[in-house]
Design a protein around this ligand. Sequence first.
Ligand SMILES: NC(=O)c1ccc[n+]([C@@H]2O[C@H](COP(=O)([O-])OP(=O)(O)OC[C@H]3O[C@@H](n4cnc5c(N)ncnc54)[C@H](O)[C@@H]3O)[C@@H](O)[C@H]2O)c1
Ligand SMILES: [Zn+2]
Length: 386
Amino acid sequence: MSDRFYKQVLTVEFEYPVVFTRNVFDPGNTSLAGVMLPTSSGRCARAVVFVDSGVASCHPGLSDRIQAYFAAHATEVELAEAPREVPGGEAIKGELGFVRDVIGFFVDLELCRHSYVVALGGGAVLDAVGFAASLFHRGLRLVRLPTTVLAQNDVGVGVKNAMNLSGGKNTVGTFSPPWAVINDFAFLPTLTDEHWINGAAEAFKVAIIRDAAFFEFLLRHAGQFKARAQEPMEQLIIRCAELHLEHIRTSGDPFEFGRARPLDFGHWSAHRLEAMSGYRISHGQAVATGIALDSCYALRQGWLSEPEYRNICRGLKECGFALWRPELAEAGADGRLKILGGLESFRQHLGGQLHLTFPRGIGRRMEVSEVDEALIAECAESLKGC
Ligand SMILES: NC(=O)c1ccc[n+]([C@@H]2O[C@H](COP(=O)([O-])OP(=O)(O)OC[C@H]3O[C@@H](n4cnc5c(N)ncnc54)[C@H](O)[C@@H]3O)[C@@H](O)[C@H]2O)c1
Ligand SMILES: [Zn+2]
């Protein structure tokens, strides 16, 4: 028989609502119940809820309110079991045992592909619960309820999740768009100052490479963000989430099959810094340093002007971010800065060819496939004085 060739083409459309609200568990608030459709056989939907322990400890009575909410919406959705508290913070992303436990829980409750997994918490909990949910029955319906600024303006609205297994950051994960995203601003006041401001780093990231007007807004309000002014922070979250959504929708490559990761400006060193510090440096803090480092490199290459670079540093510092970290100066036995190992991780992730996004003026970006390591080292050194 002669060879045969078939070209199989599939087009799959994904659609998910992203809602901004307050007090999602007030019985009269229909944002959550409204996204939970009956099963194909017409039976009422079933849901489980995972609650970040950091949120639970700051919001006493949350579990009762969640149960009362589901009781009030019992005709639309059944809560299969009382909300389950899970450890908040980065450590959960390093625990494969957590994924096994969650899947065991899904098995015990006999969840099906039409069941809803509600993940309420910071980005780490969204990533870990989302990963487990994407595996069981090849994917349950994930409803994200992000509760940090960074989770609301970045993690929650995206299409991926990740775990930190085998010693690296985000080494394992899946592309798996959520069923719905519900951002409740009423959770934000209980964040620590550090986790309140962390999300501003992602806003600077996306503004610098995509939106000059948003960058101006960030500069004007940096002091207010630091002082915990809720209103401008809500505006920051909405615009930053819009820019992430727009990129994912219009880039033509939502699942990053291609070579570029344009939303990862400043992230090659950020991921490395997080891992080098044993995750003591949080993602947002590391991203602020990564942005400063790559912006300095862009300045030295003539891609940013001196005033543009100074504004980036000023904005980040007025938010309260430290631009220099001792880890930037750490060298291995061969004398090479350890931070540069982040370039290898990115290169490997992208299939052997490096592609990094840098700003080219504020609000515009360019891709480069080679970097001058000696210049990066000089930039890292120069951040010391910032
Ligand atoms: N999947 C993606 O596309 C994507 C994108 C960006 C970042 N991330 C990941 O997100 C993670 C960072 O997320 P994060 O910045 O939300 O940090 P986080 O999830 O570590 O949460 C920070 C801390 O705040 C607590 N917390 C959460 N909400 C709270 C609230 N309302 N009140 C009081 N405490 C609260 C948590 O318990 C935790 O201790 C990193 O692992 C990063 O890699 C993922
Ligand atoms: Zn990030």
